[in-house]
Design a protein around this ligand. Structure first.
Ligand code: NCD
Length: 316
């Protein structure tokens, strides 16, 4: 793995942002995850004797269990804090202290935190590799790893694709991470489908334009205006927990509902992705359509996290 990106004083590698991994590292992780998928038993004890701590200060099922399953399938072990109310944080401990302490017990730490920038701060103090499992509405780099691996797996390439993002593009951190990483790929076109209130933040649009002045981005509000051109439809949940008031959430929560009738206008070889959990934005009747790949996406996420853990622990 190319170690040229980010280091802290303690010299270990942290993954805070989807751009912390170089394109070559993404490719390396996809290739390792593919090998693990083909022959899992060959990797079943490479993390023997290693310990991962998962510190989740915000609800999660998938990300935490996906990391824990990944570590267990590599033969390592896991310590977890899933309920901050029962940890020393409830006594007023700072994140810096928590990370230094947990980092002295475990060989690798995964952190999810409601505050944007928490993972960046934690990485300054972490004595072992730290992985951002989501910080507020900002970043979620291992979901991006999952999403890019899924696109590569089903579409066979990470270039020359039209990707439509639909739903809460304002608060959805998986969208923020993924679109920034996809901007580094060739020939991409982005269609942003959202209500006016939940548009992609201007700062991210500016970042995309700065990284690629040729970037093709269109904004629409109706799903029908974006769906037919999409090779990838990336559906998202309206992020209830990030709204300041319930009324605004209620007004917007059912804006998009993907049904089999709507999906009829999509390309035959399009794929429908979702980071999950889904609420109402994809009707259950869509699940049996072969273009719906979200549960396979979750499986691929575990495999690519196995690859990431193995590389960060340098066991392979
Ligand atoms: C996402 C997250 O936590 O940002 N979920 C996940 O990690 N699989 C998306 C979401 O919560 O809507």
């Amino acid at each position: 793995m190319n170690k040229a990106t980010r280091y802290t004083k303690s010299g270990c590698r942290h993954i805070v942002d989807s751009l912390d991994l170089s394109p070559a590292e993404y490719a390396d992780l996809f290739s390792l995850a593919t090998k693990i998928r083909a022959a899992p038993s060959e990797y079943a004890s490479i993390c023997h004797g290693r310990l991962m701590a998962t510190l989740f200060y915000e609800p999660s099922t998938r990300t935490r269990l996906s990391f824990e399953a990944a570590m267990l399938r590599l033969g390592g072990r896991v310590l977890t804090v899933a309920d901050p109310a029962t940890s020393a944080v409830a006594k007023g401990e700072t994140l810096a202290d928590t990370i230094r302490t947990v980092g002295s017990y475990a060989d690798i730490v995964v952190l999810r935190h409601p505050k944007e920038g928490a993972a960046r701060l934690a990485a300054l103090y972490a004595p072992v590799p730290l992985i951002n499992g989501g910080d507020g509405a900002r970043e979620h780099p291992t979901q991006t790893l999952t999403d890019m691996f899924t696109i590569q797996h089903f579409k066979g390439r990470l270039s020359d694709l039209t990707v439509a993002f639909c739903g809460d593009l304002r608060y959805g951190r998986t969208v923020h991470s993924l679109i920034r990483a996809l901007t580094r790929c060739r020939g991409m076109r982005f269609i942003l489908i959202s209500p006016q209130e939940l548009r992609l933040p201007a700062q991210i649009k500016e970042e995309i334009k700065a990284a690629d002045p040729q970037a093709r981005i269109e904004e629409v509000t109706a799903i029908e205006d974006g769906l037919p051109a999409a090779d990838v439809l990336y559906m998202t949940r309206i992020q209830k927990e990030r709204f300041f008031n319930e009324e605004d959430y209620i007004k917007l929560r059912d804006t998009y509902i993907l049904t089999p009738e709507r999906l009829a206008s999509a390309k035959q070889d399009a794929i429908v992705m979702h980071p999950l959990p889904r609420v109402t934005e994809i009707a259950a009747a869509v699940d049996s359509d072969e273009r719906a790949v979200y549960f396979q996406q979750a499986r691929l996420g575990m495999l690519v996290r196995m690859a990431l853990i193995a590389r960060l622990l340098e066991v392979i």
